[in-house]
Design a protein around this ligand. Structure first.
Ligand code: F6R
Length: 605
């Protein structure tokens, strides 16, 4: 949450900072700000709302200067207004921050007693004050180091100093920070995507590191103030394909890309000439895995729930799926014979990262399934499986969810094969079915218009439910999450068999209810649950691969997905649910790519 950028250059930086901040808006979009140094003073300009607002302010009142920092905020401490927006500056220093300073109240009291005053309600301002204080007595390196030592919590920082006119400082503990290298200019940013129009040469700070960015060089230091070297990575062109093109928003583009991204991911992992899945060198011999624990947040957690069903279906391995924010604090018994899988699109989610750190400290075997391969989770896990979905910018995850399920599915099939729990013939058949999946996804995507019609039913709905059994249950949960986050309508996903145990009381005349009823072994039971909903006035939207029409009476609408083997149904069922959330949000005039109160990369717990 929050995005930061810093540039030191030999030309004016404000336009480039604004450009980078627009790319970082997916991390936070409740306020924005910039500081540059010119005429021997810090020029801080900030506002509530989007980067567009900041751009208008700068248009009226340009911010000159050939070095500067910028910020987009997702509020933690203090409401999103102009005063709480970053940067937070004193006469001599200006700071942007992503993360949470957990001891900020204590530090505030300490510095108020020393005679300092605070303008904002933020935790960040203590950093400005501490730096200002240390500058009076310490050299630059000690000033930075001593300040960082006083901070508890998580941060990525960008700092400029009035009296250092060739310097931007970056620091990291717990929140990501990338460094970009240019010609006579250097950059910091919350991720490489923000810097991509300026450079494709990137390094990453590790926890505890800080860096001094000059026009002509970058110096790195570790938490003990020792100078260190960093590897420079060259980003591929593929990392740079995050433009909206002709699409109205990123979400519609990302939904539409799913046939392509699925095909690409399958190609990355499948050796079609041998019908073999190329996943080798797992950190634990598949034959010896005692238990698999899947850990993630939000949509990524739903992919873990999905994997639980596939693991139970295809292997004899015991399995549990956990929400990372719970797992990290529970007294979980960690076991050396277990495999711990962490799923995260961004690879930066604070809770998932902390859960991974806990496992690493206990020397158990870890695997990360991520979209961003340079991310913190990818760098910490013993073994990494990328989902190859390309940048996902819309805050609501769509193509990454499909990618997460796909990689989990491939991994599970491979483990099952290595353990001889699936026979060769069935393995081959499942692989051949998988090769057809991108086409089935394409067919499903082509039916967007069907959902557009039914979306109207939801605009004035008080709430809705998504029901499913077996493989369809995690998808019901994911569908409900998509509708909630995009259209702000209350929605819950239930195991259809649970309805009688309470949720049925919520059904009212005309309430829209989505029933996921593919023709699998749960079909008849799901249909009975559906009839119970209909009998109480529920307006059912049924999503199925069943083509018989006899049971379509009393069903407001039936969305047909193509017929494939039932293990693959989840990949198809989730598409109409993405469309539904999208079109309801569109009808309600909601911000599709940036739903209220949310951010794409949740780097605070
Ligand atoms: C919902 C959504 C979130 C994320 C969650 C974890 O559409 O995107 O629920 O899935 O914040 O994020 P990652 O996958 O980056 O760890």
């Amino acid at each position: 949450m929050c995005g930061i950028v810093g540039i030191v250059s030999n030309k004016s930086v404000s336009a480039s900072i604004i450009g980078a901040l627009k790319k970082l808006e997916y991390r936070g979009y409740d306020s924005a700000g910039i500081s540059t140094i010119s005429n021997n003073r810090i020029n801080e300009q900030k506002c509530s709302g989007r980067v567009d607002n900041l751009e208008k302010i700068l248009f009226q009142n340009p911010s000159d200067g050939d070095l500067g920092i910028g910020h987009v905020r997702w509020a933690t401490h203090g409401i999103p207004n102009q005063i709480n927006a970053h940067p937070h500056s004193s006469e001599v220093v200006s700071v942007v921050h992503n993360g949470i300073i957990e001891n900020s109240d204590k530090l505030r009291d300490e510095y108020i007693k020393k005679g300092y005053s605070f303008k904002s309600q933020t935790d960040t301002e203590v950093i400005t004050v501490i730096l200002t204080d240390f500058l009076k007595s310490e050299d630059l390196i000690n000033c930075i180091h001593k300040t960082l030592e006083k901070l508890e919590g998580s941060f990525a920082l960008g700092v400029i100093f009035k009296d250092y006119k060739n310097l931007v400082v970056g620091a990291r503990r717990g929140s990501p920070l990338a460094v970009g290298y240019g010609h006579n200019e250097n950059f910091i940013g919350s991720d490489s995507y923000a810097l991509k129009s300026m450079t494709n040469k990137i390094s990453y700070l590790d926890d505890g590191d800080f860096c001094l960015l000059y026009r002509e060089k970058v110096e790195f230091y570790n938490s003990e103030k020792k100078k260190i070297n960093k590897e420079i990575l060259e980003l591929s062109n593929e990392d740079n394909i995050a433009e909206k093109g002709d699409y109205k928003d990123f979400m519609s583009k990302e939904i539409d890309e799913q046939s392509f991204t699925t095909k690409k991911c399958i190609n990355e992992y499948l050796d079609k000439s041998r019908n073999e899945i190329n996943i080798y060198n797992l950190p634990i011999d598949p034959k010896k895995i005692n238990k698999i624990r899947l850990i993630a947040c939000g949509t990524a957690y739903h992919s873990c729930l999905m994997a639980k069903y596939w693991i139970e279906e295809n292997t004899s391995i015991d399995v549990e799926a956990d929400i990372a924010s719970e797992f990290r604090y529970r007294n979980v018994k960690l076991n050396k014979d277990d495999l711990y899988i962490f799923v995260s699109q961004s690879g930066e989610t604070a809770d998932t990262y902390a859960a991974l750190e806990k496992c690493k400290k206990n020397n158990v075997k870890t695997c990360g399934i991520v979209n961003v391969v340079e991310s913190s989770i990818a760098r910490l896990a013993d073994f990494v499986l990328p989902i190859h979905a390309g940048p996902e910018i819309g805050v609501a995850s769509t193509k990454a969810f499909l990618g997460q399920m796909l990689v989990l599915y491939l991994l599970i099939l491979k483990i099952s094969k290595e353990r001889s729990e699936i026979d060769q013939e069935n393995y081959k058949k499942l692989i051949l079915d998988l090769i057809k999946l991108p086409d089935f996804i394409k067919q499903t995507l082509s039916k967007q218009k069907d959902i557009q019609v039914v979306a109207r039913d939801f605009v004035n709905a008080k709430g809705t439910m998504y029901l499913g059994r077996g493989y369809s249950y995690p998808i019901a949960m994911e569908g409900a999450l998509k509708l909630k986050e995009l259209s702000y309508i209350h929605a819950e996903g239930y195991a259809a068999g649970e309805m009688k145990h309470g949720p049925l009381a919520l059904i009212e005349d005309g309430m829209p209810v989505i029933v996921l009823a593919p023709k699998d072994r749960y079909f008849e039971k799901t249909i009975s649950n559906m009839q119970e909903v209909i009998a109480r006035g529920g307006k059912v939207i049924m999503i199925t691969d069943d083509t018989s029409t006899t049971m379509s009476e009393n069903i407001r609408f039936k969305f047909q997905i193509p017929k494939t083997n039932s293990t693959l149904n989840p990949f198809l069922l989730c598409i109409p649910l993405q469309f539904l959330a999208y079109h309801v949000a569109l009808l309600k005039n909601c911000d599709i790519d940036k739903p209220r109160n949310l951010a794409k990369s949740v780097t605070v717990e």
